[in-house]
Ligand binder design. Structure first.
Ligand code: GLV
Ligand code: MN
Ligand code: MN
Length: 407
């Protein structure tokens, strides 16, 4: 069996984590920032050292291509290298750098596969700076037009198009021009299941649906000491009420339903002033589309009810909405078989997080491989996966890619 060099994988993860490093172990490389550019430059440099033909497309997705014996659709793997502002070092990066180690193993063994092999990293997977999340892979899969993607703006009004140009990653190839034979994404689980159950490999069957809504509430500022409760039009009150409601709703619905109010800003944000403005987000997810719709409707009804009683105005903006995705059953089976062939314990599971793979499933057979996240921590600087697990996942990726690349 061709072995993947896990020490190189670990040192590459370390080196990439040094860019945008946060004290305590994490990373802040928000999409299309200067640190994202430095991260991209580092990975592109590695791709070139490995002899890959590097292509940057018009939404800044980067694909490194290794020629095959025949000019057939490639077997592609990849993920993202952008992070949330308080991210870990493995989310996304692991899948991309493991892909590069697959190429290194092929190079060192002087193997030319029948099909080409491609390693990709996609723009703005996280959605922490620009919405929607999975933006680059969504464009790649034809789910969003370039102009709409370019117009997505961050909190300071800077657009994806301008920022791509500024950091030098507004490429020329057409997103989606290369339609893969199959796509695989290796990723950390980012949740507690594998770690709790002491299972080595997650065989990912699906990704849950996601609904991101931003609410902007307008009330009336007034003196905190003199304004009787009956006269208040408190924008902050609605935000707080929705946060509590969403938590209770998810608990009552049970199953896979989760709900998060992750961003909240109040204006004027002063101790003795009733807020006249609140902007907050609601993130709802469920593996069942009907239940996700039900959760959305319940939150919307609660917002309307409280807004009426408090006499505040509310605007709702959909930042992202993706239905649950089911991966290719045959490819999912192959992930499981390859894990078992290495005597690794497996568990079938849905993904709680969003991934570029869910967009790639729109255009080619796709599957994901999960490895455990210690204590289920992710989007946290303490995110950690044991070296042996990183190595095991990468070895499965190598074996399955070789298999796919010969067919
Ligand atoms: C994106 O990574 C998400 O699932 O929030
Ligand atoms: Mn990720
Ligand atoms: Mn993430």
């Amino acid at each position: 069996m061709l072995r993947l060099d896990d020490r190189r994988l670990l040192s590459a993860l370390d080196e990439l984590a040094g860019i945008g490093a946060i004290e305590g172990g994490g990373c802040a490389r928000l999409a299309l920032t200067d640190d994202d550019r430095l991260g991209r430059d580092l990975v592109v440099g590695w791709m070139k050292e490995l002899g890959l033909d590097v292509r940057v497309d018009a939404i800044g997705n980067v694909i490194g291509l290794r020629a095959g014996r025949e000019n057939l659709p490639p077997v592609m793997t990849g993920s993202h290298i952008d992070t949330v502002r308080t991210g870990g070092r493995y989310d996304g990066n692991y899948g991309v750098l493991a892909g590069l180690e697959v190429v290194r193993a092929l190079n060192e063994a002087k193997i030319t596969t029948r099909r080409p092999v491609a390693i990709a990293f996609f723009t703005n997977e996280e959605g922490a700076r620009f919405q929607p999340d999975m933006l680059g892979s969504l464009v790649y899969a034809g789910g969003l037009g370039l102009n709409e993607a370019y117009a997505a703006a961050d909190k300071d009004g800077r657009s994806v198009g301008d920022e791509l140009r500024r950091i030098g990653y507004l490429g020329t190839t057409k997103p989606g021009a290369l339609k893969p034979h199959a796509f695989l994404e290796l990723h950390i689980e980012q949740g507690p299941i594998l770690d709790e159950e002491k299972v080595r490999i997650g065989v990912v069957e699906s990704v849950q649906g996601i609904s991101w809504i931003e609410y902007t509430v307008t009330g009336v500022s007034n003196h905190a000491g003199t304004t009787p409760m009956r006269l208040r039009r408190d924008a902050g009150y609605l935000a707080a009420s929705v946060n509590v409601f969403a938590r209770k709703l998810a608990q009552e619905m049970g199953g896979n339903q989760v709900a998060t109010v992750g961003a909240l800003t109040l204006r004027p944000n002063l101790i003795n002033v009733v807020p006249n403005r609140a902007v907050f987000t609601v993130d709802l997810r469920n593996t069942d589309e009907a239940k996700l719709k039900e959760a959305e409707a319940c939150v919307a009804a609660h917002v309307a009810e409280v807004a009426k009683a408090e006499r505040v105005e509310v605007e709702a903006k959909v930042l992202a909405r993706f239905e649950p995705v089911v991966f290719d059953a045959g490819l999912v089976d192959r992930v499981e078989r390859h894990a078992k062939a290495l005597s690794l314990s497996t568990r079938r599971m849905p993904s709680g997080a969003g991934h570029d793979a869910q967009m790639m499933q729109r255009i080619c057979p796709t599957a994901m491989i999960f490895v455990p996240s210690v204590a289920g921590l992710s989007h946290n600087i303490k995110e950690h996966t044991e070296a042996a697990d990183l190595a095991a996942g990468a070895q499965i990726l190598l074996n399955l890619m070789l298999d796919l690349a010969e067919e």
